[in-house]
Structure formats: C-alpha cells, structure tokens
Design a protein around this ligand. Structure first.
Ligand SMILES: Cc1ncc(COP(=O)(O)O)c(C=O)c1O
Length: 375
C-alpha cells in the first residue's frame, strides 16, 4: 500500500451496507413514539400501532385491497419460509436462483421439504431464462438478488392466468420498484432493507390465491407454531390486523412506523423510487468514468438500483478486503465489500435512505482506495 493523500470530502453518512441498510436521513431513536413500549402488544395501544404499521405499509406500497399484510417472526427469512412451509406441496415446484439468497430457497425446497423441484439457475451477473418457467408449478424467485445486483426487470414473465402460485422474495425490491401486485401471490420483505428499519420481523403479503391455497391444502409435514397461519380450518385473519402470532418487538415496529412516515413525507413510493434511482444513476456515472470498475449485472435492464454490485479489475478477495477495510478505517464507506459467496467485488447500497450527495462523494474515495491498495 502507498500513502496517498485522502480526498478532502467524506460522505456525510458513509452507510452503504446492503442490510441492515442506512437509517433514513434525520432519523434518531429519540424521535420514535415509545408509548407502546413496556405494555402488552395485545393491549389496545399495541394493537393500534401494529395495525397502523400495516396500514402505512399498504399506503406506501400502493398495495391493492386484494392483498393482506402480516407482521411475522424471523425477518424476511422467517416470512419466506413460513410461506414455503405452509403452501408448498400441492403442486410441482420450480425454484429460480441466480445468487445466494435464491440458492437458499432452493436448498430449503430440495433438502428440507424434499420437493424435488425443477431448478432454474444462472451464474452471478445473469438471470436464468424466465421464459422457460412452467407456470403449472408453484414458482420461487428473488425479485432483487441482493448478492449479485441482478433483479427481474418487471413481472411480465408471470402470466395472469397461471395455475401455480408466484412466491417473490422481495426484500430488497419493495419500496424501490413498481410491483404489479396482480402477478404476486406471495411476497415477503424485512424492514431492514429499503426502509432502513430493523431486522427481526418479516412482512408477509398474501394475495387471494395464496389464501385459497392455505385454506385448501394441508402440508404433509409438521408446522411449528411460529409458521401457523391457520386457525380452525380458516386463515387466522387477526394476523393481518396486527394480532401477531407471538410477541413482536414494539421498538422495531415503532422504528418501521417512523421510516414509513418518512416515506410518506417524500410522497410515498414515487419519492422513494426517485431517491433510489438518483443514487443508482450517480453510482453508474462513477462506474462509467472508471475503466477499472464495472457492473456485475451483465444486462442493464436487470441491474439492481438498490444493491449495486461492482467488479473491480484484477481484484481478488484479499484486495477487496483491504479496500473495504481502508475505507471503513477512514470513515468514508462502511460495509461495501461484496457478499461472501459472490465473486470478489464491491456492493454499494443505493436504496432510498442513502443520500445522493454521499454516493457522489464516494467516487474519489474509491479511486483513492484503489490506488492505495494497488500501490
Ligand atoms: C434477497 C434476500 N433474501 C433474504 C434475505 C435474508 O433477510 P433477513 O436476514 O432479513 O431474513 C436477504 C438479506 O440480505 C436478502 O437480501
């Protein structure tokens, strides 16, 4: 490494992690409403705050009345596995994977549920041939592959008249992309991504066909209590009004409410998308100006505007580790090394809670770190 003088201006908020992601600008824990803390989550106030969180989610996501929203345990993983465990087994399954999280759902389907799914895979940087999906199957996919920065461009690959159910792990997609909800039977996410909220809880969105499945299909395997969405042969509707299966963190709920109200103050989904798009465009300009940086996502139409994954010419794992550590030590960028299972590279979160000026300020720091580590 060489001793080059560092750039003069640091990003004001150097939080570029792809999860948990940067808190919304202006956030401080002291601003949260705390009246529901230290009370039963089943008291009037707790239930009202959980219901408020669900209502705000519907409003900001522009989710149609056809779809239900539940707050469930176990972050995005809990929500997605709850959907898999409660609804799969009724039809053949296709599992799509183009990065590590999609691979995780393949593993669940193959090794845990033993469903012998059809597997549609692509390497990091690419999408599989989504046109090859048999929609007589239930289909598992990740809308935005957080570890490769490859997303589905839209829901056009999902037919309106499908027989199977579509299961979207949408954790780093919701609040950043338009989602055609009529095409989505199940979607899940965690507050810790685009909203800059906390982990711990997942959000489970169910369309009418998913509810039909729940009410007509009994899984062949046992379900732990935290996965049970049914009561007396019917959907447990209370879950979708804020009567959670077990005890939630009301602090995490209040934190999510704060983020959702911040989103509303920006004009809701359009405001969030505009911020994320501006961040991704600013990063793209940085990449375009540097021959040693590139996008891992080969096709620009499939390029994430939240978890942007970059290639670095000649970099191996050790180079990336030193690069990211140097920027962290300088307080210029936190958590920008690519995911451990991805090819060595950088991953820079461009979701709505990041400020565009901070992405712009990052450019010279990337140059500095590259020259320093190379030297
Ligand atoms: C696409 C995707 N799926 C699932 C997860 C797991 O989320 P959680 O840790 O909130 O369960 C993540 C987290 O980064 C993710 O990006």
């Amino acid at each position: 490494m060489t001793d080059l003088p560092p750039p003069a201006v640091r990003p004001a908020r150097p939080y570029f992690s792809s999860g948990p992601c940067a808190k919304p600008p202006g956030y401080s824990p002291g601003k949260l409403a705390l009246a529901s803390l230290g009370r039963s989550h089943r008291a009037k106030i707790g239930k009202a705050r959980l219901a408020h969180c669900i209502d705000l989610t519907r409003e900001v996501l522009q989710l149609p009345a056809t779809h239900r929203i539940g707050i469930v345990p176990g972050s995005d993983t809990g929500a997605y596995e709850m959907a898999m465990w409660t609804m799969l087994g009724a039809r053949p399954v296709t599992a799509c994977a183009w990065e590590s999280f999609g691979e995780g759902w393949v593993t669940d389907a193959v090794k845990q549920l033993r469903l012998d799914p059809t597997i549609l895979r692509a390497d990091y940087g690419h999408l599989p041939d989504l046109g090859a999906i048999d929609w007589g199957h239930d289909v598992l996919f990740t809308w935005n592959g957080t570890t490769s920065g490859v997303r589905v461009p839209n829901a056009d690959f999902i037919p309106a008249g499908r027989a199977g159910l579509s299961f979207a792990d949408a954790t780093s997609a919701v609040f950043a992309y338009d989602i055609d909800w009529a095409k989505i039977d199940v979607a899940t996410f965690s507050w810790q991504k685009v909203l800059g909220g906390e982990g711990g809880h997942g959000v489970l969105i169910l369309g009418p066909r998913a509810v039909e499945r729940l009410e007509s299909h009994t899984p062949a395997w046992p379900l732990p209590k935290v996965f049970r969405l049914m009561a007396k042969g019917k959907l447990a509707e209370g879950i979708f009004k804020g009567e959670t299966i077990n005890t939630p963190s009301m602090l995490a709920v209040e934190d999510a409410i704060w983020a959702l109200e911040w989103a509303q103050s920006l004009g809701g989904l359009a405001g969030l998308k505009a911020r994320s798009d501006a961040n991704a465009a600013a990063l793209d300009a940085i990449v375009a100006a540097r021959p040693w940086l590139g996008h891992l996502a080969a096709d620009p139409a499939t390029r994430s505007t939240t978890s942007v994954c970059l290639t670095v010419a000649g970099a191996d794992e050790a180079f990336i580790k030193a690069f990211a550590a140097l920027l962290e030590k300088e307080g210029a960028a936190y958590d920008i090394a690519g995911y451990r299972d991805a090819p060595p590279g950088l991953r820079i979160w461009c979701g709505a809670t990041v400020d565009t000026a901070d992405i712009v300020a990052l450019g010279p720091w990337l140059d500095w770190a590259y020259a320093s580590v190379k030297g």
